[in-house]
Design a protein around this ligand. Structure first.
Ligand SMILES: Cc1cc2nc3c(=O)[nH]c(=O)nc-3n(C[C@H](O)[C@H](O)[C@H](O)COP(=O)(O)OP(=O)(O)OC[C@H]3O[C@@H](n4cnc5c(N)ncnc54)[C@H](O)[C@@H]3O)c2cc1C
Length: 390
């Protein structure tokens, strides 16, 4: 009998396994892949990650990002750069392997390369069955098996269709070539309710496009082709190894993240920021909060439901504000882009949100305030009809 079993060892699972093992708990972590394993991802982690990690990740960082080149439908190019880093670009195989090594160092027992296929909550304990027929039991199960896993879908009834769909490719750079130094490339308007990106790494450009699954309606490949075919920096690069993946964004504040003896963290619980699709930071942050509650629970000091309460206080309000910002930006990308062109400082303030120095709710209120005080008549009319209380 383990104290905890963690299914899935991405950033969420590895972090939870590490924190639980460091507290002296008897932990088993399981992942269907052998590490290093590929994960389709832009791999840009906001600098606020430093506020929650107690070890150095610089060995995995390939580019320190201070801003971006923005375009609208691949035109109207504009650079908005800060003097301080906003994010760190990593390749997920290296970054995730680093996090997993920390869990192993802390004493977590790890099984790689075997899929968990079933979990049954028997009340005081949870039984997990692996594809090779082995069964394991624990006092708590942590679901960290990501957007393709079964725990969120089968045990919590979370809706996998509430997601952004994406296509990505890692475009290999010719030897000695650099991508965009210190900056990302972000395109608005190239896909419904989403954006296109190019994130530079040492040897690759991570290229992708993601948009709301319902609004994209099966046309993600067409949007991707349009995006990459119009981009100068991608000319001559091999873009053939494309991957499709979903981003399980936050969609329902009422959705549970604790049921009986099971807790979900990271992508499994749809705990991804709905504006940027940023999930790595939230995977790690929710893992740390869940681990702290589980440690107390095993000692008899707290109910597992304390994790749900923490989410409702600390995370859901942030995601709700990010959802409102998404409506403003992605429903009207052309308008949003014109606003940025007139007032690029808006994006500089948003960089503070990404850094964790400001919050999304205040930023959203501030943007609305700016909109109301300027004579952008169309936007004003739209905002008053759609967002302001009548
Ligand atoms: C195209 C795209 C671009 C993105 N870009 C960014 C970005 O730039 N920045 C950012 O912060 N976020 C980004 N995200 C989101 C980010 O990738 C996720 O939020 C993050 O990986 C969540 O971590 P996790 O540990 O919850 O899940 P994952 O990283 O998905 O890890 C889940 C793990 O569970 C394992 N697993 C699955 N099923 C089973 C099973 N049955 N048994 C055992 N193991 C199992 C998998 O092998 C995997 O290792 C992007 C996502 C996509 C799809």
């Amino acid at each position: 009998m383990y104290d905890a079993i963690v299914v899935g060892l991405g950033p969420a699972g590895s972090t939870a396994a590490r924190d639980l093992a460091r507290a002296g708990l008897n932990v088993l972590g399981i992942d269907k892949e052998n590490f290093p394993r590929y994960k389709s991802c832009g791999g840009c982690i906001s600098t606020k990650i430093e506020r929650i990690l107690d070890f150095d990740i610089s060995s995995a960082i390939e580019e320190r990002v201070k801003g971006a080149t923005y375009t609208y439908k691949s035109g109207r190019m504009m650079d908005i750069m800060s003097d301080r880093p906003v994010g760190y670009n990593v390749m997920r195989d290296t970054f995730d392997t680093l996090l997993l090594s920390k869990a192993k160092e802390a004493g977590a027992e790890i099984i790689e390369g075997v899929r968990a296929v079933k979990a049954v909550d028997n009340g005081p304990s949870v039984k997990v069955t692996l594809a090779d027929g082995r069964d394991f039991e624990a006092r708590v199960l942590v679901g960290a098996d990501g957007s393709s896993g079964f725990v969120g879908r089968e045990l919590f009834g979370l809706n996998p269709k509430e997601a952004a769909v994406s296509i990505t490719v890692e475009a290999v750079l010719p030897k000695g070539a650099r991508g965009y130094s210190e900056k990302l490339f972000i395109d608005f308007g190239s896909v419904p309710y989403g954006y296109g990106w190019i994130f530079p790494k040492e040897n690759y450009l991570s290229v992708g496009i993601a948009g709301d699954a319902c609004k994209v309606g099966g046309r993600i490949k067409d949007y991707f082709n349009d995006f990459v075919n119009t981009h100068e920096a991608l000319k001559g690069l091999d873009l053939s190894q494309r991957m499709g993946w979903t981003v399980p964004i936050y969609y329902d504040g009422a959705a549970p993240s604790v049921k009986g003896r099971v807790i979900v963290i990271g992508d499994t619980g749809h705990l991804v920021d709905p504006f940027l699709g940023e999930g790595i930071y939230y995977a790690i942050r929710t893992a740390k909060a869940a681990a702290s509650v589980i440690i107390d629970n095993i000692k008899g000091a707290r109910e597992l439901g304390a994790y749900q309460q923490w989410l409702e206080k600390e995370i859901h309000p942030e995601f709700k504000a990010a959802g409102k910002l998404s409506d403003l930006v992605y429903n009207h990308p052309r308008l949003w882009y014109s606003i940025l062109e007139k007032d690029p400082d808006i994006m500089l303030r948003f960089y503070d949100v990404i850094r964790g120095e400001d919050d999304c709710a205040s930023f959203h209120e501030w943007v609305l305030g700016k909109v109301k005080s300027k004579p952008w008549k169309i936007l004003r009319r739209w905002v008053e009809s759609r967002l302001l209380p009548s």
